[in-house]
Design a protein around this ligand. Structure first.
Ligand SMILES: [Zn+2]
Length: 334
């Protein structure tokens, strides 16, 4: 019975154990009820008294030594595991944060504001709830005016409503500011329209107003052509079609050459080569009077774009409703 050899083997295996499972197996192998060392101690009975004393002492000593070595190794392995958990590799690449981004409507609005700011316009905030007076009466829509029918309105009370256009801000702004002035007023407007690919009950307009002495349709054309050129990043042709709005005289609707087919005619422009973009006109003397300006002294033009329409044109989106849904498959494309 070579206790020394047994000791060397056991310690070698024990110190080589890499984890707690290996260590446990070894513990059973050497110190378990049917383990190697237990076996040795059982054999003592069959030995002579002299051998029993000698080997028995050595075997018991080894049993203690292995026992304490097992305990020590267990602690060491556990400590190593704990350290591993807290260890941070500062040189490893970080987890990428998933960032959202702006709705295409916001992207276009920012571009619109940037262009008009560079042309000397200010951007004005406004309210979505409006009075009948500013939304209609001050703009030359008396109570029974048939043009009110074109703007099916959400009334909150007899006098309060959700604005059907951003135009009430013409009079609101002029009441508190002296000319000359140039402003745009972007914002949400509301109409009782059924929802389809090109209509929503809530949509965005960008109102524009420029007032000065000697303002003509020529000024309007210059500003708007420059605006479209910068927004779409290419030359566009413009034409003015006569139209009617109670608060402008004369009134017109600017069309621009189709940005899809360069004016040749396509599905988007319904073969005409032109796209309707806005309502516009020279500010009606009635509106100047509402604001307390003298129509003999001041002139100006006003316009209102559908912002959603600009977004659809710029990004070639064929359904306006997509702008209002939070569908990530759509929104992630911009
Ligand atoms: Zn076209």
């Amino acid at each position: 019975m070579d206790i020394k050899k047994l000791r060397d083997e056991a310690l070698k295996e024990l110190l080589g154990a890499k984890n707690l499972e290996e260590l446990e197996k070894l513990e059973i192998k050497y110190l378990g009820r049917k383990g190697v060392l237990t076996d040795v101690l059982k054999q003592l009975k069959e030995m002579t008294a002299e051998m029993r004393g000698k080997i028995g002492a050595a075997a018991n000593q080894l049993k203690h030594e292995l026992g304490s070595t097992f305990e020590r190794r267990k602690k060491e392995i556990k400590a190593a595991l704990d350290n591993k958990k807290e260890w941070v590799d500062v040189s490893a690449p970080g987890h990428k944060l998933i960032r959202g981004h702006l709705n295409p409507r916001t992207l276009v609005l920012r571009k619109v504001e940037e262009i008009f700011l560079s042309l000397g316009f200010s951007v004005i905030d406004s309210t979505e709830m409006e009075s009948d007076y500013y939304n209609f009466q001050a703009l030359n829509f008396p109570k029974d005016h048939p043009a009110r029918d074109m703007q099916d309105t959400f009334y909150l009370t007899d006098e309060l409503l959700m604005r059907t256009q951003t135009s009430p801000n013409q009079v609101r702004f002029m009441e508190h500011h002296n000319p000359p002035l140039r402003v745009i007023v972007p914002g949400k407007v509301f109409r009782r329209d059924a929802s389809d690919a090109t209509h929503e009950s809530q949509f965005y307009q960008v109102e524009g107003l420029m007032v000065d002495k000697h303002i003509s349709i020529g000024n309007f054309k210059a500003v708007i052509e420059e605006f479209f050129k910068r927004l779409f990043g290419k030359e566009v042709k413009m034409r003015l079609r006569p139209s009617y709005f109670p608060f402008t005289e004369p009134s017109f609707e600017p069309d621009i050459s189709c940005t899809f087919c360069e004016g040749k005619g396509c599905r988007v422009c319904k073969g005409t080569g032109w796209l309707e973009m806005a309502g516009a006109g020279m500010v009606h003397p009635f509106v100047f009077k509402s604001a307390g300006y003298s129509p003999y002294e001041w002139q100006g033009f006003a316009f209102g774009f559908g912002l959603d329409r600009l977004v659809m044109m710029k990004y070639r989106i064929n359904d306006m409703r997509l702008l209002n849904f939070g569908d990530l498959r759509f929104l992630k494309q911009f």
